[in-house]
Design a protein around this ligand. Structure first.
Ligand SMILES: Nc1ncnc2c1ncn2[C@@H]1O[C@H](COP(=O)(O)OP(=O)(O)OP(=O)(O)O)[C@@H](O)[C@H]1O
Ligand SMILES: [Mg+2]
Length: 443
């Protein structure tokens, strides 16, 4: 039926016009009849051809639409149904375009918000994009990172193959930083053409900790080996050349006693330090009355003050509030500070110990606290040593090693103060003495 209608639409007007001409005698009937037959045949042929083309188009549109081709063929091929199909196809295309835009945005948002610094490169290794945290961490250094030969060769290798590759990088300016870069090949690539992902992590701190640990082991064994070697030497001498020399024996035994005591102090301090480190993440819960603790610690130093001819001046603020802390550890801090003032301070000098409410001062943390300070009038500490004093085994004057301390006293203080969420401040002017101040939070 649609074929007849289409053929009528094509051939109807010329047929009627010819018929009219024959009827009014303007055309001879026989040739007109032949022309009419030819026109009707052409119309049917064209209608059939058109129908086939429309059916084919419908088929294609239905296929693109996701309908099965059966249903497209089964439908009557008309211009109306073709228009309906095209319209629904364009509606679907609009929805899909919006969906693709949304997915691209989501992809961008995921990369941008990942907490790892990352760089996106295209298929020739050029930088396409960085995320927020990469900008914050490396910002202007990103071009320098990408120029690093180790990273460039890793990128080339990654572009030639697939999988994950990595490189260790060192940035020298503005400060030395050690980075680890993982290069990931993206298959398929990201919507914007991203072919490689470089994930950066700053390993500077980790490496410094590794080095410190190695240094620590080396230092600890060295510090113990020296007195041990001296003990072994003296034992050999006592057995051999000094076997019958009572005076030498007494002298050597006194030195051996000193060396053994030093080894014991070293081991005690090291054990103490690791115990403190283990609990450093847990802030102490107790309340400590410094007004009671300070005089108790000072009393233990009376013989030392007498030996060195030193005098202690104490200024405690009246009605000192309690601090949040561990009494034994705070006693240890005071002991180490007074011990330093006695041993490193001046013979016959004055040691000043004060404790009072902290003034508001940018050097101290925010919040209410107490400042305990131990000051001496000894030789002081050269400026360049100040930042390193709290390192383990660090001593300003290494020359006087046999009578020197272990170099662990201030490291212990630093860890205790950290555990108390406090702050340690060391100030010194060479020639006039040193002041060690500790801020501690109030209960
Ligand atoms: N009051 C001070 N005056 C001058 N120098 C000091 C003073 N306190 C510490 N120092 C210097 O700081 C170094 C480190 O002090 P620290 O208390 O850590 O170790 P130590 O006193 O040598 O040994 P330890 O305390 O373990 O027996 C000391 O060796 C000394 O050179
Ligand atoms: Mg000390």
């Amino acid at each position: 039926m649609p074929l007849v209608l289409t053929a009528a639409a094509i051939g109807g007007v010329p047929l009627l016009a010819l018929l009219l001409l024959v009827l009014v005698g303007a055309a001879s009937p026989l040739p007109s009849l032949a022309a009419m037959v030819a026109i009707a045949a052409m119309a049917v042929l064209l209608a059939a051809l058109l129908g086939r083309r429309i059916a084919r188009l419908l088929d294609l549109v239905s296929g693109a639409h996701g309908h099965d081709s059966e249903s497209g063929l089964g439908r009557r091929p008309s211009l109306l149904s073709l228009a309906a199909e095209v319209e629904s196809l364009s509606r679907r295309a609009r929805v899909q375009t919006a969906e693709i835009a949304r997915l691209r945005q989501a992809e961008f948002a995921v990369l941008n918000q990942l907490p790892t610094p990352l760089l996106v490169l295209d298929q020739v290794g050029a930088l396409l994009r960085t995320n927020v945290i990469a900008q914050a961490a490396f910002g202007g250094d990103i071009p320098a990172i990408l120029r690093q030969p180790a990273l460039r060769s890793t990128v080339s290798r990654a572009l030639a193959g697939s999988g994950v590759h990595s490189a260790e990088l060192t940035l020298s300016a503005p400060v030395v930083r050690e980075l680890h870069a993982s290069v990931v090949v993206l298959t398929p690539p990201l919507a914007g053409g991203g072919q490689l992902l470089i994930l950066l992590s700053d390993r500077t701190r980790e490496r410094a900790v590794e080095r410190m640990r190695a240094d620590f082991v080396a230092n600890a064994s060295h510090e113990l080996r020296t007195p041990l070697a001296s003990l072994i030497g003296f034992i050999e001498t006592l057995r051999g050349p000094a076997a019958n020399d009572a005076a030498a024996q007494a002298r050597f035994l006194a030195i051996m006693d000193e060396q053994a005591a030093r080894m014991k102090r070293l081991i005690d301090n090291l054990l103490n330090l690791s115990r403190i480190e283990l609990s450093e993440h847990q802030a102490p819960q107790g309340e400590v009355e410094l007004a009671e603790l300070v005089p108790r610690v000072i009393a233990g130093f009376e013989p030392a003050f007498a030996t060195r001819g030193q005098r202690l001046e104490l200024s405690l603020e009246p009605a000192l509030p309690s601090v949040l802390g561990d009494a034994d550890q705070l006693a240890q801090v005071l002991q180490n500070l007074i011990d330093n003032a006695v041993r490193h301070g001046r013979h016959g000098g004055v040691i000043h110990l004060s404790a009072g409410t902290a003034e508001s001062d940018p050097r101290w943390p925010a919040g209410r606290g107490i400042v305990v300070a131990v000051a001496d009038d000894g030789p002081g500490i050269p400026r360049q040593h100040l930042p390193r004093l709290t390192e383990r085994f660090y001593r300003v004057d290494r020359g006087r090693s046999s009578h020197a301390g272990t170099g662990l006293g201030l490291a212990i203080i630093k860890h205790i103060v950290n555990r108390h969420r406090g702050r340690l401040l060391i100030e010194s002017t060479e020639g006039t003495g040193a002041i060690f101040s500790i801020w501690l939070p109030l209960v």
